[in-house]
Design a protein around this ligand. Structure first.
Ligand code: PLP
Length: 368
């Protein structure tokens, strides 16, 4: 007869080396657990996995440590991390000043969804400090939002300067550190209040999971956790396990990807088919502009044999995309110009393949 089994709640005497995947929606409760849950407003003991799950906690602890943060919160995606953070902070006020050069779906959230809910959003050029200052000072501001590296130009945002402008106005600075990663910068140390991540990218590193994270002080994380409970963007235990496992090789993956990126940049700068190279000096992301515009860029991309054409980044495999054709396809000519996306631009996310094999492949694609 079909009968649901009661788990014995078996506990090994010895401890596992890797966190078990607690693939359980709910947990048996006893008097002690009830008391703890009630005393901590639902956030004490594990009792229901939308509130907290031990495997998810294990991934969060690793990311908090990497970012030098007191605490971290895992979410179902990078967009869940961003949307939950912005909706939570906007409760206290209604205005956000954001960089124009942000991830495509973040841009849609900022220019379409948040204004539809009655929030006021002003966009500025990420590299223009005077524009940040006048936009932040123009009206009471709750949130200032930027990415460490603008996409796809890969220009560094002056985080410390923007943080002081935000704080002077009583606003909080939220930084998306997905592209730069904690391998190159910890925005909290530079004055950011909250850092968001698409853990789908370099943190997990294997293009096999969608996940997000937020890091901040403990009080802020608890506040955000309460919103994840009602908005529902919690991370699943199995996905959290994949993030945790990817994080175990984060440093060595980034060592290789960065050294490949630096070598690629040197060779691209010497290549007559390349009009410009954009590289911030650290990390694994490289953008460059080929002579001959978008059609030529597409032709170069399609001749690649080692790097693959795909829209994500941060995996062990090198991924290449043409922003005008993928992340920014919905932008008009004017919006592309405003976002400073040059015709013929390609964006590389360096993986961990053999460096010389990868560069030789790029060179043959450019020369053909
Ligand atoms: C991918 C990405 C996101 C969205 O993350 P998902 O995990 O796909 O939801 C946000 N910001 C940046 C910079 C990204 O690259």
């Amino acid at each position: 007869m079909n009968r649901p089994a009661k788990s014995a709640g078996y506990v090994a005497r010895t401890r596992p080396v890797v966190p078990p995947i607690y693939q359980s929606a709910t947990f048996y409760l006893d008097d002690i657990a009830y008391k703890d849950i009630q005393a901590n407003d639902g956030l004490g003991e594990h009792w229901y996995s939308r509130f907290a799950n031990p495997t998810v906690d294990a991934a969060a602890a690793e990311i908090a440590e990497l970012e030098g943060a007191e605490a971290a919160l895992m979410t179902a995606s990078g967009m869940a991390a961003i949307a939950t953070t912005l909706l939570t902070l906007l409760q206290k006020g209604r205005r956000i000043v954001a960089a124009r050069q942000v991830y495509g779906d973040t841009r849609d959230l900022l220019v379409r969804d948040l204004p539809a809910l009655g929030f006021d959003v002003t966009m500025v050029d990420a590299a223009d400090i005077d524009a940040w200052r006048s936009a932040i000072d123009a009206a009471p501001t709750t949130i200032v939002y930027a990415e460490t590296l603008s996409n796809p130009q890969l220009e560094l945002t002056a985080i410390a300067t923007v943080a002081s402008l935000a704080h002077r106005a009583g606003a909080q600075l939220v930084i998306d550190n997905t592209f730069a990663t904690p391998y190159t910068v910890n925005p909290l140390r530079l004055g950011a209040d909250i850092v968001v991540h698409s853990a789908t990218k370099f943190l997990s590193g294997h293009s096999d999971v969608i996940a997000g994270a937020v890091v901040a002080d403990r009080e802020t994380i608890v506040e955000l956790q309460r919103r994840v409970i009602t908005l529902g963007g919690c991370l699943d235990a199995h996905a959290a396990f994949l993030v945790w496992r990817g994080l175990q090789t984060f440093g060595i993956r980034m060592d290789r990807a960065q050294s490949t990126a630096r070598a690629l940049v040197q060779r691209l700068r010497a290549n007559p088919h390349v009009a410009a190279v954009r590289y911030p000096g650290d990390g694994a992301m490289v953008s460059f502009v080929v002579h001959g515009g978008n059609d030529r860029a597409l032709a170069v991309m399609r001749r690649l044999r080692v790097a693959s054409e795909a829209t994500s980044l941060g995996g062990v495999e090198t991924l290449v995309s043409a922003p005008f054709n993928s992340s920014h396809f919905s932008l008009s000519e004017q919006e592309l110009a405003d976002a400073r996306i040059d015709a013929g631009m390609l964006r590389f996310s360096c993986g961990i393949e053999d460096t010389e094999t990868l560069i030789a492949d790029v060179e043959q694609a450019l020369a053909a």
